[in-house]
Design a protein around this ligand. Structure first.
Ligand SMILES: [Zn+2]
Ligand SMILES: [Zn+2]
Length: 583
């Protein structure tokens, strides 16, 4: 997490506590506003030695906020924040993570029903006593109950994008430390899993002390949990545990492999080693001398390999296996390293929003951003009318929008700008625009946004109807799930894949790390079933193009090769495919 994000989280939390404790709306809003401003800043507040004057020069930051920001930069904490936290039961803040529970409702539950944490909330729901509170009622309580169940399943895991940002900040911070020769992240983050439990950092250094010292004093450290000679653990302000392990340089490859996992993959690797009369652990791959009572590294046995992962794989007769597919799903049967998709394969963005609906970019800005990313094509796909909360376009507005896109396409050289729409798939599978209107578009992305709690059979029927619509090119975020927030639809993926192949419709991997929809296992089924895939960022801002990285990681977890992803195709091939669908 960047310093801005850490500070934004602190100010947002202060706003919540102020509201829960019934402070004036003025104070609540002032803190919430600073949180928003900090979250939207494009440069890091910690840069260029900030002063009270340089901070108050930022619109919306007053003297008091500037002092708190400087206090945080100096000490890693804000005293007033800590004081506020003491005013409410600690368990109340956990409730903020539950969808539908805002500070106002939490105050009500606390003051009038004695709810202090998740357990007392659950007890109140079970007894039926909460239904009598003002402004609640059976329906609201049922929604809260469902949200609790969902949050419980998510189990406090952090989303891929947030964990990646934190890990990269840590690596950048530690990279300059003297004596450190290797520094990498491992674990489920390296495998690109959609949520991350702990962040595992692995280092090799000639001199552990400066590294340990730098790790403990990083910005964002909330609490040191363990500080051994080669293993340190701490709790980060973002609510995630970070482990640093210091290993010998000669073991780095074996250790990186071991701590990358997955567990099931490691089990298979160890068994393979045993079959070949070797022993594999986090210190290296060793010849098996039949003495299994003591670990080989403690008896001075020379390893066969251990320096790099590639060496270890090779010594076991394996190609280099990409981390994203180390899940014990057939990867040890590969004869050579598969050519999985990488970010530079992507040549187009086919799902993006502008100010016409809920995006922040003009058509022109969107096109230039896409061009700066090296893309030959960008599709303007604003929302349709049913997405009223996203300022979806009526038929008339869409017609004018199409004309504007065509004009931009003529005026801007170096990129094709497609006139498209992200048309809502209504609850029964009909699309939100008439066929006549859809026919005027170069590309149609059809996505579900409403009725996301349908029964699987109903959802399957609905999505099949959209796929079979002759004017649809891409099925956008097919399940509508939001990681750690809502489950979304559970359609019969095999049926969708078969229809998508027959109708030549691409299934989207939405790269926004809150969606990652389709998910890894669905991608694998889509490939097995012969369907095409699209990887789109669904950009609403310029920064959203960076989500591509998470879409790629997810695609790789699904074993996606570049040829099966329409965003890797040349301009000619892509445009031919789109025209064919339209004819
Ligand atoms: Zn959408
Ligand atoms: Zn969208």
């Amino acid at each position: 997490m960047s310093t801005n994000a850490e500070l934004a989280a602190i100010f947002a939390e202060m706003a919540s506590v102020l509201q829960i404790t019934g402070q004036s709306p003025f104070r609540v809003n002032a803190h919430a506003r600073v949180a928003r401003i900090l979250g939207a800043l494009t440069s890091d507040v910690a840069e260029h030695a900030p002063t009270p004057e340089s901070l108050t020069a930022i619109a919306g930051i007053g003297k008091g906020s500037a002092a708190k920001i400087l206090e945080y930069l100096e000490t890693g904490r804000v005293a007033e924040h800590q004081e506020l936290l003491k005013k409410i039961p600690g368990g109340l803040l956990d409730l903020l993570g539950i969808q539908g529970l805002g500070p106002k409702t939490i105050r009500l539950l606390w003051q009038q029903a004695g709810v202090t944490d998740l357990a007392t909330l659950q007890a109140g729901i079970d007894s039926g006593e909460l239904e009598h509170l003002p402004r609640l009622g059976p329906k609201a309580i049922a929604n809260i109950s469902r949200a609790i169940e969902f949050a419980r399943k998510a189990g406090g895991r952090t989303r891929l994008g947030a964990a990646m940002t934190i890990a990269q900040g840590i690596l950048a911070h530690l990279r300059g430390v003297k004596g450190t020769s290797r520094l990498e992240y491992a674990g489920s983050l390296r495998r690109g899993a959609e949520t991350i439990g702990d962040i595992d950092i692995l280092a090799a250094t000639a001199d552990p002390d400066p590294l340990r010292h730098a790790f403990e004093r990083m910005p964002g450290v909330q609490q040191i949990l363990a500080a051994g000679p080669t293993r340190l653990s701490l709790r980060h302000a973002a609510g995630i545990q970070i482990d640093l392990r210091i290993v010998a340089e000669r073991s780095f490859g074996a250790a990186w492999m071991y701590f990358t996992g997955s567990k099931q993959h490691n089990v298979q690797m160890r068994e393979r080693a045993i079959k070949r009369k070797m022993r594999l652990n986090e210190y290296g791959l060793f010849p098996d001398d039949g003495r299994c009572e003591e670990p080989p590294q403690e008896r001075g046995v020379e390893p066969v390999a251990g320096d790099t992962e590639a060496e270890v794989f090779a010594a076991l007769g394996l190609p280099m296996i990409p981390p994203e597919i180390r899940e014990d799903l057939g990867e040890l049967e590969l004869a050579k390293t598969p050519r999985l998709i990488v970010q530079r394969d992507i040549k187009s963005e086919l799902h993006a929003h502008t100010v016409a609906s809920d995006g922040r970019l003009s058509i022109d800005q969107l096109a230039r951003e896409a061009m700066s990313r090296g893309f030959h094509t960008v599709a303007v796909t604003d929302h349709s009318a049913a997405s009223a909360q996203a300022n979806g376009l009526s038929a008339d507005r869409l017609r004018r929008h199409i004309a504007e896109v065509r004009r931009a396409d003529r005026l801007i050289d170096g990129i094709s700008i497609l006139a498209g729409a992200e048309v809502d798939i209504l609850a029964d599978g009909r699309l939100d625009y008439t066929d006549d209107l859809l026919r005027e578009l170069d590309i149609v992305v059809a996505s579900p946004h409403i009725a996301l709690r349908q029964e699987p059979a109903v959802a399957t029927k609905r999505l099949l109807r959209a796929i079979r619509h002759p004017l649809v090119n891409i099925l956008g975020h097919p399940t509508g799930r939001m990681i750690n927030r809502r489950e979304g639809l559970s359609p019969d993926i095999a049926a969708l894949v078969q229809a998508a192949r027959e109708c030549d419709v691409a299934l989207e991997i939405n790269a926004n790390d809150i969606r990652l929809d389709l998910r890894d296992i669905h991608i694998k089924s889509a490939l097995a079933g012969g369907a095409l895939l699209a990887i789109n960022t669904d950009a609403h801002t310029a920064e959203h193009f960076d989500y591509l990285r998470y879409g790629i990681l997810t695609a790789r977890r699904g074993w996606l090769t570049p040829d099966r992803c329409i965003n890797t195709w040349s301009s000619e091939k892509l445009h031919r495919w789109l025209r064919k669908a339209a004819s």
